[in-house]
Design a binder for this molecule. Sequence first.
Ligand code: DC
Length: 239
Amino acid sequence: MHSRLIIAIDGYSSCGKSTVAKALAKRLGLQYIDSGAMYRAVTLYFMKNNIPIPFPEQLQNMDFNFEPVLDKIHIDFRVNPSTGLSDVHLNGVDVEKEIRSMAISEQVSHVSAIKAVRVRLVELQKKAGMMGGLVMDGRDIGTVVFPHADLKLFMKADPMVRAERRFKELSLKGTKVTMEEVINNVVGRDYEDTHREESPLRKANDSFILDNTHLTQEEQVDIVMKEIVRLKDSIKQGF
Ligand code: DC
């Protein structure tokens, strides 16, 4: 099914947003865009080029012009023929794997709190959604990027369950990391993402809450598909 639907998914770190987003995109014939990958790619560029990354308490008094740096960053998504999924490219290079490291996870919340970074990426995200037909996940998609999305999902799960899932995922990929590091990262990012000045993570008033602490992936997708059917009559575009 191809449609011009826009589905916005927000929620806490390691909630399984991208898994649900990919499954919905596949079922509904929509493009999937991982906005977190964009913030991660900018973080990778900052780290590789020794661009100062402010701690939250330094943000207000930071006297650094990020604009010329951002002018040098080009981010786009290209379909990876071996997976069929869109990989994020930073200045023409596929960085999909590199951006998932713990080193990036530890810095990305600091980078995504920088106003100039958010302004640039939100602009790109809005452009990507101009024609509709996509599922985008992140932290401010239903509140800032697509406030008029056809469906807004807000995902959450118990922090320990999220940390366990993330730990398993990283261990399977061969990343050497302790459970303690993963818990600190998940909880720390939740705190920073919800307390930052610029478009903090919050639930849009009209979003559908999906707490997946005790749900399988299939159950989650089924619940959301039922919600889409329920909304069908009120959705103007698509279908
Ligand atoms: O979805 P993720 O965990 O890969 O996102 C990485 C970080 O990027 C997350 O800690 C907060 C930030 N982010 C954001 O501020 N706004 C978004 N729309 C997406 C991600």
